[in-house]
Design a protein around this ligand. Structure first.
Ligand SMILES: Nc1nc2c(c(=O)[nH]1)N[C@H]1C(S)=C(S)[C@@H](COP(=O)(O)O)O[C@H]1N2
Ligand SMILES: [Mo]
Length: 331
């Protein structure tokens, strides 16, 4: 992988103080959310998101995001600025370049959005997103995201603990895995028909049910206190912070509970390079590069900002899920 995108050596003032700018915006959003209880979100509340507009999102979704409680974990690490989080992306349905998703995902229609729930669960069928998410708790979690390509970010997500969503769907005793599928619409996603990715769309991912139920696993509906930008997987995407980023599948349209381990996109494409588990592990190198360190964004050619990579991306609390397993074999 090559570093092909320009990186800022002279940050704008908004990037020097991302936390304070962001916290101020959050206060406004919380006020906006309270106002929303009594009336449709007032116009002034919409002005709190100058960086990208999310005013076109449905009011219920903006209110659910604005109502997020501060959850654990938080972090002392510097947040990756909003501009990098939303302009350095992997979303091959919109092209393979890091700037392709921001350039081409603008037209993705994320409302109305339906999600099909299938397989070993009591509540299956096709649901409007609003009904699927209604009544579920929303939290802000600050997670490290470690891509298998050896770069990383720190992102303040807003999301629903996956366990609460899955419990609502009532998996049966047969359910051992949960599989997720991304929308694949060539009319809206220019990468889907492109011969360059080698990917057999739709993009698919999956977790063991106990991994999906772990308290760290999040169904994200926002970041930086606002609804998810399209390029980050609107309207709803998985976030599994202890696994390589490719597990965190975007723009989900299908959730299926299965008995057998589901097929997953990168594992199908290159099984020796990308495993089903894909736990971050500095001891198990990718066949073509080391996984012992990562470039923390934002960085530059002159300041690559290398950091050591930690087992489970530093989230030791998940170690019990893999007790007795050989992590070299189950990469
Ligand atoms: N549907 C879909 N989901 C996807 C991808 C993709 O190409 N398509 N890329 C994955 C990879 S490799 C990474 S690193 C993360 C990047 O998420 P971000 O762009 O929000 O940082 O999304 C993951 N989810
Ligand atoms: Mo990735």
């Amino acid at each position: 992988m090559l570093i092909r995108k320009r990186h800022r050596n002279d940050p704008k003032s908004s990037e020097i103080t991302p936390e304070s700018v962001y916290l101020k915006r959050r206060e406004l959003m919380i006020l906006g959310g309270l106002a929303g209880l009594f009336a449709a979100t007032p116009a002034w509340a919409r002005t709190v998101d100058p960086a990208t507009e999310d005013g076109s999102r449905p009011a219920w979704l903006r209110q659910q995001v604005a109502g997020a409680k501060a959850g654990e974990p938080r972090t002392d690490e510097k947040l990756t600025p909003f501009d990098d989080v939303t302009h350095y992306n992997n979303f091959y349905e919109f092209g393979t370049g890091k700037d392709d998703p921001a350039a081409h995902a603008g037209g993705l229609k994320t409302h109305p959005w339906q999600v099909t729930v299938a397989g070993a669960a009591e509540r299956t069928g096709t649901f409007d997103l609003e009904d699927l998410l209604k009544g579920l708790p929303v939290e802000e979690r600050i997670y490290r995201l470690r891509c298998v390509e050896a770069w990383s970010m720190v992102i303040p997500w807003v999301g629903i603990p996956m366990a609460s969503l899955l419990k609502k769907l009532q998996p049966t005793s047969k359910a051992r895995y949960v599989a997720f599928t991304t929308l694949a619409d060539p009319k809206q996603m220019p990468g889907v028909d492109s011969p360059f990715t080698g990917i057999d769309f739709p993009y698919r991912e999956g977790l063991r049910l106990d991994e999906a139920m772990h308290p760290l696993t999040l169904m994200a509906i926002g970041l930086y206190g606002r609804t998810l930008p399209n390029q980050n997987g609107a309207p709803m995407r998985l976030v599994v912070p202890w696994k390589y980023g490719f597990k965190s599948i975007k723009s989900i349209v299908r959730i299926e509970f299965t008995e057998q381990r589901p097929e997953t996109t990168w594992n199908l494409l290159a099984p020796r390079e990308y495993g089903f588990y894909a736990n971050v592990n500095p001891e198990v190198d990718h066949p073509r590069w080391s996984q012992s360190r990562e470039r923390r964004l934002p960085n530059s050619l002159f300041n690559p900002n290398w950091q050591p990579t930690e087992l489970f991306n530093g989230y030791d609390q998940v170690a019990g899920l893999y007790k007795g397993m050989d992590l070299r074999k189950n990469y």
